[in-house]
Design a protein around this ligand. Structure first.
Ligand code: 1CP
Length: 340
């Protein structure tokens, strides 16, 4: 699989490419299956339909890897938090985690077991996916997942979880430790079911000061990566802490691929990290709105990463109103322009 080879820094015939959120609302085929499943959570729980939408971008766009269709919030949901996706608002947890008692109620063991629909999705997808295409499993990083658990949904200011961080840091660490424990076992079960790589999404890493992030965010990612690499050295681990470009010098650890978000110049990431990690990224997702800006960005990024270990991707997820034709153009352009 050229995707896995690239994760380990091996030479590949061209630069493999996929997109974060590649199974999603910009695809009419996805919207049709989502509707038939009665909504987003229903779709995550229906392993046949989840597997179908996982494979759609491989068939429609020709990406080099499929990413398991699920969400980072199914783990806390199965730990006992009541999750609803509210139209126009996003995810809502009706019983957020704010006290010691709330933490005690989080049931890690049952969650990891109850996520069997995810493992079934992985098995079926790996059976149906072309042999040369990789299947990426994933989880949210403990910090990002905890922001939803504590705030009860999406947040712009993070004031509830930051208040906990600065006034009751040990309470936040307890939540983070519990999510970390669940995430290790959850990713391990995805690997046992057949994923070829795992990605840890820390979408809200950039919300914290450097030293605070290293202590409350990054260290838990490293703990998860250490656990996976010790048991499954053949499975690449991709770390994606979004928005920490200003302190790449502080970044190291036992993982294989570093995801570069679009706000970080990829040349800078290359200079600081390419001797140790394959880089993944980092086209600004809104460039997909125009073929001209796709072409200029792909040309620039390929030139900068020429000869360095690289997986092409966006610097965050594709947006729902991007024309499918532009996404197809992007994938084909990367594969053709990078052919060696
Ligand atoms: O209406 C719909 O169809 C729901 C939109 C949607 C989709 C397609 C959500 C709701 N989740 C997903 C799938 C999803 N989420 C994947 C699947 C595979 C793929 O990439 O194709 C993955 C990897 C995620 C991960 C995820 N969920 C993250 C981390 C990555 C990122 O984009 O930053 C986060 C933060 C979430 C939370 C989430 N899920 C969905 C929403 C609307 C949100 C909230 C986002 C926010 O707070 O801004």
């Amino acid at each position: 699989m050229i995707f896995v080879d690239a994760c380990f820094g091996k030479k590949t015939p061209y630069t493999p490419v996929w997109m974060m959120r590649q199974a999603g609302r910009y695809l009419p085929e996805y919207r049709a299956v989502r509707e038939s499943a009665g909504g987003f959570i229903g779709l995550c729980k229906d392993y046949k339909k989840a597997s179908e939408v996982t494979i759609q971008p491989v068939d429609i766009l020709g990406v080099d890897a499929a990413i398991l269709f699920s969400d980072i919030l199914v783990l806390p949901m199965e730990m006992g938090l009541e999750l609803e996706f509210v139209a126009g608002k996003g995810p809502v947890f009706h019983n957020p985690v704010l006290t010691k008692e709330d933490i005690k109620r989080l049931d890690v063991k049952s969650a990891v077991k109850n996520l069997s629909y995810v493992y079934d999705t992985v098995k079926l997808t790996r059976d149906n996916l072309k042999k040369d295409k990789a299947l990426i499993g994933f989880a949210g990083a403990p910090w990002t997942v905890a922001t939803y658990m504590i705030e009860g949904g999406s947040t712009k200011s993070y004031n509830i979880c930051k208040k906990m961080l600065y006034t009751q840091p040990e309470l936040l660490h307890e939540i983070l430790a519990k999510v970390t424990e669940g995430t290790k076992l959850y990713l391990e079960n995805q690997i046992k079911a057949g994923v070829n790589a795992v990605q840890i999404f820390d979408s809200w890493a950039g919300a914290l000061e450097r030293d605070v992030y290293l202590q409350f965010g990054w260290r838990y990612i490293l703990e998860i990566a250490d656990y996976i690499k010790a048991k499954y050295p053949e499975i690449p681990v991709i770390a994606f802490p979004k928005g920490i470009g200003s302190y790449l010098d502080s970044i190291g650890g036992n993982f294989d691929v570093f995801g570069v978000s679009w706000d970080t110049p990829i040349r800078m990431a290359r200079n600081k990290l390419s001797d140790r990690y394959t880089l993944q990224g980092n086209m600004e997702p809104c460039r997909l709105y125009s073929k001209e800006t796709i072409k200029s960005s792909v040309t620039k990024i390929l030139n900068i990463m020429d000869g360095y270990p690289h997986i092409f991707n966006l610097g965050h997820g594709i947006l729902p109103d991007v024309p499918v034709e532009n996404a197809k153009y992007f994938i084909k352009l990367v594969q053709e322009m990078s052919a060696r």
